[in-house]
Design a protein around this ligand. Structure first.
Ligand code: 6PG
Length: 402
């Protein structure tokens, strides 16, 4: 930290590094990565290492590794999560590329700058070859989209079905953050709900438009699910939810065409809030189960040998989906000797899902009765019902195809 040297020209920058040089790029994913790497080439020497730490598409990373290997430069793809706070306090780091080079030149450097858990373990470990680091980061972001949307639907139910104020919701999320839902996203949710608008003094959240943007990594995860023939509806619905939110003008027109909203009664608000916590927790398990199934399938398809339990450990600190819960995913893999068909079936989570289902069903049914848009809570439950059904209507589908 006391050895920062600023450089104003590329040559000056490259010359200031020890050989083999290790250059970490933090630039916008896409053609800029190629352009910046190409501009470094005249100054690099055989064996130097360039690490792309952006949210690049994993197939681009593989293409770059092959391309730059011909030019004797070792190209690494590295998933990094943590935003501004991660930049200051240490992020979660998911590096991929040549294993020997990683062990010899990068392991210490990257683990030193990564976030660390309370017990001192670094949130950085070698992921695998090719673009596997960026793939794991992409699925991390798909999970992030799912987590965000699950929380948003809980907020929506509290507000529109349970009639809670922002302060009451903030208190609820704060208490959830002290239990099994302890996570970065639940923590910032209660803080957001208490934030005041500096101009009006109102609660800030009530001045924010219900239109969510996106940069594309959640969408890539959903596309990857389709390409891999995997059912990952929780993460895909979270992307659809942002898409639907973005067509605000269309929604206003449609809302005017269908002004009648269903009437509903919630008899016991306290009991339904308890059901909601069950629904949120169970949907989260389902979402992670889908994410880890996708990682498992990709690992088999590409021969990456991903260590799924260890990947969960890398997300315990530093990153956006940071949560206590992740240590339990590692326990679930360890408990099953790494052979996990689906996280919801493991000793670690099976009983909790079982206990959550009745309340989860009640709250989803009531939200649908009330006309509320709760795609991730509902589709996680439908996924659970479909995945745990020995019989699905696919026999008719197959007959129709024939
Ligand atoms: C991170 C984040 C970061 C960003 C994503 C999603 O782990 O630090 O994932 O990379 O939040 O790109 O951004 P959008 O929500 O804008 O798509």
């Amino acid at each position: 930290r006391d050895k920062v040297t600023a450089a104003y020209e590329l040559k000056e920058f490259v010359d200031s590094l020890e050989s083999p040089r290790k250059v970490i790029l933090m630039v916008k994913a896409g053609p800029v990565v190629d352009a910046v790497t190409d501009s470094l080439l005249p100054y690099l020497q055989e064996g130097d290492i360039v690490i792309d730490a952006g949210n690049s598409y994993y197939k681009d990373t593989k293409r770059r590794m092959d391309h730059y290997a011909h030019l004797s430069v070792n190209f690494f793809g590295m998933g990094v999560s943590g935003g501004e706070k991660g930049a200051l306090m240490g992020p979660s780091i998911m590096p991929s590329g040549n294993r020997e080079f990683y062990n010899t030149y990068l392991s210490k450097l990257l683990t030193d700058i990564s976030a660390h858990t309370e017990d001192g373990s670094p949130c950085c470990d070698y992921i695998g070859p090719e673009g596997s680091g960026q793939y794991v980061k992409m699925v991390h972001n798909g999970i992030e989209y799912g987590d965000i949307q699950i929380i948003d639907e809980a907020y929506f139910i509290m507000k529109n079905m349970l009639g809670m104020t922002n302060a009451q919701m903030a208190d609820t999320f704060e208490s959830w953050n002290q239990g099994r839902l302890d996570s970065f996203l639940v923590e910032i949710t209660h803080k957001i709900l208490r934030e005041k608008d500096p101009d009006t003094g109102d609660d800030l959240i009530d001045h924010i438009l219900d239109e969510a943007g996106q940069k594309g990594t959640g969408m890539w995860t959903a596309i990857e699910g389709l390409e891999m023939h995997m059912a990952i509806p929780t993460m895909a619905e979270a992307v659809f939810a942002r898409n639907l939110s973005a067509v605000k003008d269309e929604r206003i027109v449609a809302a005017q065409a269908f002004t009648e909203r269903p009437s509903f009664v919630v008899e016991d608000v306290k009991a339904m809030l308890e059901d909601l916590e069950q629904a949120v927790y169970a949907s989260k398990i389902i979402s992670y189960a889908q994410g880890f199934q996708l990682l498992g399938k990709a690992s088999r398809e590409h021969g990456w040998n991903l260590r799924l339990g260890d990947i969960a450990l890398l997300w315990r600190e530093g990153c956006i989906i940071r949560a206590k819960f992740l240590g339990r995913i590692k326990d679930a893999y360890d408990g099953a000797d790494g052979e996990v068909q689906n996280l919801m079936l493991t000793d670690e989570f099976r009983d909790e899902i079982k206990a959550a289902v009745p309340g989860w069903r009640r709250v989803v049914a009531k939200a649908i009765e009330a006309g509320l848009y709760v795609p991730t809570l509902a589709n996680s439950l439908l996924y659970f019902d479909g995945y745990t059904s020995a019989k699905l209507p696919a026999n008719l589908c197959q007959a129709q195809r024939d």
